[in-house]
Design a protein. Structure first.
Length: 334
């Protein structure tokens, strides 16, 4: 086969590989691109097991091919070849080597499993966050600061943050691929974990347990910031500025239609996401870019955007909708 033909025949393979590798892109949503110590240590475990497996595969394949070629049936060869059985040396070799390989995998795996199960939830020097998963959104409470918020999990960088995770309805799973995890959120049982981000950035979080029609849309953001910025965020969300009088009509629309499910005020608990600082959040409903158009689409037809979610759709007049959106856009933290 000439060179040109060979390259040509390689093309489908290359195309298939390129297609597969496109899944490895998003730097804020990849366990292969860790941004904190937990994720780094977990990636180390993945690489270690993969390395050992590649080693075993290579050695076994090499022996296999060697034996196939070396002991193939040759011209003029007749009958069954001489049978060899029982070799103490070989048996010891293929028993001892796997034991050594298992120890190489087991020691760090057990060590990091215990390390990552460390319970920091009693440690008052560490930021405590209580995560509650709902179909299909995330609630974040900061008991040390009296804050209840949703969808954007704000944390300081360079230190572990302790999480207590639960679910309100069905089993979900709390996962921030670039920081580590994941951990199931259950109803009536609290699981604990911790994560740490090293660089200020916005990381994507996902629900990692099939929980209903909009499981794949159950996103949240981890907004990691320097300690000083975090402290400012805490005091801002505790006492956000009052909305201007110009949106008083929108506030009335909100009171009539939304307030029964959505609290405003960082200490407020509600059935739906607390909307304090809503205008500053990264996304609408965790998945939509923050535009007036998207906000209107969301409010007027929530089911087409997140099927099965518990927020009803609202049939407001254009005027009311505009007033409501103007009001929501004023729910800023500073
Ligand atoms: Cu919640 Cu999947």
């Amino acid at each position: 086969m000439n060179r040109k033909k060979f390259v040509w025949r390689l093309m489908p393979l290359m195309a298939a590989l390129a297609f597969l590798l496109t899944g490895c892109g998003d730097p804020t949503l990849s366990a292969l691109d860790p941004k904190g110590p937990v994720a780094q240590e977990q990636l180390f475990l993945m690489k270690l097991s993969l390395g050992v497996m590649i080693f075993v595969f290579t050695v076994v394949m090499a022996l296999y091919i060697y034996v196939l070629i070396r002991y193939r049936k040759r011209k003029g060869q007749e009958g069954v070849p001489k049978q060899v059985e029982g070799s103490h040396v070989l048996e010891v070799v293929w028993t001892v080597i796997p034991i050594i390989l298992l120890i190489i995998i087991a020691v760090p795996t057990v060590y990091y499993t215990f390390k990552h199960s460390e319970n920091y939830t009693e440690n008052e020097n560490i930021l405590q966050v209580k995560v509650t998963a709902h179909q299909y959104w995330w609630q974040f409470e900061y008991p040390q600061h009296g804050i209840n918020t949703a969808q954007d999990l704000v944390i300081p960088v360079g230190q572990p943050v302790a999480f207590e995770v639960v679910a309100s309805d069905v089993i979900h799973s709390f996962w921030v691929p670039s920081l580590g995890g994941k951990i199931d959120t259950l109803v009536g049982q609290t699981n604990v974990t911790y994560l740490q981000a090293d660089e200020p950035a916005v990381y994507r979080g996902k629900c990692a347990e099939l929980c209903g029609a909009s499981h794949a849309l159950m996103d949240f953001k981890v907004v990691a910031m320097e300690q000083a910025d975090f402290d400012a965020w805490v005091s801002n969300i505790q006492s956000p500025p009052a909305v201007p009088d110009s949106v008083a009509q929108g506030e009335e629309v909100f009171r009539t239609n939304c307030l029964s499910c959505h609290a405003v005020g960082a200490d407020g608990m509600s059935m739906g996401p607390n909307l304090t600082g809503f205008a500053d959040r990264e996304m609408i409903a965790g998945i939509l870019e923050h535009t007036d158009e998207n906000l209107k689409n969301w409010i007027s037809d929530t089911q087409s955007i997140k099927p099965g979610n518990k927020m009803p759709s609202f049939n407001l007049s254009d005027e009311q909708m505009n007033q409501l959106v103007d009001y929501l856009n004023e729910l800023k933290l500073q």
